[in-house]
Design a protein around this ligand. Structure first.
Ligand code: G3P
Ligand code: CA
Length: 290
């Protein structure tokens, strides 16, 4: 059969949905498929959170999606770390004893690069570093993984949205192949999510939280996903979110966090969520597939 005829028949068989842009986590294009599993701060039950080791551990577990947290140093470098201070996940108190309260924004990138971000988790990870965003996305790319990037505490870092997009662009993450199914940018700040959408409309975006159903039309103007804490979810809420279309003219999707037990994973999967963010992605995958 002529190639054009094959293409026409394929289109007819698949229907118009196949002509639309893909969904953010690619589950909604496969009805009945299990939720996509995303490794929270990397596979953070298995390796120190938000380090390259946690990204690699997720890859070893066969987990494609990793979540991380981005903040900014005193001299303007984007780094991957969750808390607004460095105490819990590094040896900053030993290395810089006079620098309380050890805020990320009060240290230079060179100072942060000296810190051990692995020993707190276990001796096997001694010497792990707080990665820069550039180092992090390059490792995710090298591993052929996908990135759920959280802009953390954006009120502390004016302009961090534009700066994050610049790093992503420099490292090839704003190319069509990445935008179509390998990148989501999320935040607890609706303002920050809206800013990302306005600066780069091709980027899939997610709002972290559980807005009232009446507010969902507003969120659907700039967010492709609504990502609630799993305890706040119900089957009705997930259905309500799915009923709205986002800025890419696809139904809004739902990623639930942070789900670390098989029972919770099965519960939220039963609600119809599109993805599950977990410190223990292996446990979740065993429970629900995906
Ligand atoms: O991706 C969801 C989750 O990361 C949000 O909470 O505090 O772990 O960044 P947190
Ligand atoms: Ca996060």
């Amino acid at each position: 059969m002529h190639a054009r005829a094959v293409a026409a028949m394929t289109t007819a068989l698949l229907g118009t949905a196949a002509l639309l842009s893909p969904t953010a986590v690619a589950r909604a294009d496969a009805p009945g498929a299990p939720p996509t599993v995303l490794a929270h701060r990397g596979a953070s039950a298995h390796a120190p959170e938000n380090t390259l080791a946690a990204v690699d551990r997720a890859a070893e577990l066969g987990v494609a999606w990793v979540e991380n947290d981005v903040q900014r140093t005193r001299d303007g470098e984007l780094v991957v770390v969750h808390d607004d201070n460095l105490r819990r996940t590094t040896d900053v108190e030993e290395v810089f004893p006079g620098r309380a309260p050890w805020k990320v924004k009060d240290f230079t990138a060179a100072e942060i690069a000296r810190l051990d971000a692995g020993s707190w988790f276990g001796p096997a990870y001694a010497g792990a570093r707080v990665p820069t965003l550039k180092q992090y996305v390059d490792r995710v790319d090298r591993n052929h993984q996908k990135l759920l990037l959280e802009i953390k505490n954006p009120a502390l870092y004016p302009g961090i949205e534009q700066q994050t997009l610049k790093v992503l662009g420099n490292e090839g993450w704003l190319e069509p192949g990445h935008l179509a199914g390998r990148l989501i940018v999320q935040s607890f700040s609706a303002k920050s999510v809206r800013t990302v959408h306005e600066l780069k409309p091709g980027v899939r975006t997610g709002f972290l939280g559980t807005p009232d159903v009446a507010e969902l039309p507003d969120y659907a103007e700039f967010a492709d996903l609504i990502n609630p804490a799993h305890g706040s979810l119900s089957v009705g809420y997930v259905a309500a979110v799915h009923a709205f279309s986002g800025p890419h003219d696809r139904p809004l999707e739902v990623l639930a966090w942070t789900v670390d037990t098989a029972a919770d994973a099965r519960r939220v999967a039963g609600y119809g969520v599109d993805g599950i963010i977990s410190n223990r992605p292996d446990v979740v995958r065993d429970a629900v597939g995906g």
